[in-house]
Design a protein around this ligand. Sequence first.
Ligand SMILES: [Zn+2]
Length: 298
Amino acid sequence: MSKKLSIFLLSLIILFFALFSLKTLSALKKDNATSASNNIIVVPNNNALPNTSNINISALVQNNYIPLSNTEISKIEDLKNYLIGKFDRSKRNDFVLVSDSYTISDSKIYLRQEAYKSFLKMEKVASSEGISLKIISGFRNFIYQKSIWEKKWNGDVLVDGKNLKKSIPDELERAKKILEYSAMPGTSRHHWGTEIDMNNADPAYFDSEKGKKGYDWLVENASKFGFCQPYNKKSDSERTGYSEEKWHWSYFPISKELINDYVSLIKKDDIKGFSGDQYFSEMNIIADYVLGINPICI
Ligand SMILES: [Zn+2]
């Protein structure tokens, strides 16, 4: 073999290896890029759910790439049960008994501690200005709400003086009638302990001088203490859902978080176990009733 031929062959071999190395390198780079973009960014989930009742579950669920441990899943289940009133109030240390001095009801009334503390501050000021604020309803669990709902559904309690089972045999229409003022079990804000019904739950009371004066005072002052009126006059905010309830006030520093959790977590299958429960999804209760509130309460 001539010297020239040997140099030529050697150059060819070197060129071949150089090209091969370049190709391999670029393939490797491409591989890395692909795997980086496919990588799921895993947020460290140590103590992702702090041990408090005010955990931001909505954010965690929306960011569903976060792997959830069994403990975390059970905390979400606990929160769901809380939102729909299926929990043992006596096992929670953030609920307190309302003193008899502030109620006009024979039964015991419980509230979330923060909501009650703020109510007490508000009541003190109201009282000094000649306004009486008495609590007629606070926390209600699923079973209690079920009894309210079913008594109206079965005609055991009259609505507008009528036995609805007889006067409205069509179940969907009957559900709509009850929903003017009463929530389906599992969908009531009263499950949360953040809601207070005050003075009188009859709309006619608020036409009286005393009723009007008390309501006007609340409209003017309640927000200073963290309370809003979720079921305000429908035409004021074009909201859907329940009729106006001048007696129902919500402690929104807590309830505005809970409504977000409710919308993120509660699904069709979670609301069942009462007469007419099939109308929960047929009527789109979450969109039209749970979310049919005064926008300032959200
Ligand atoms: Zn109420």
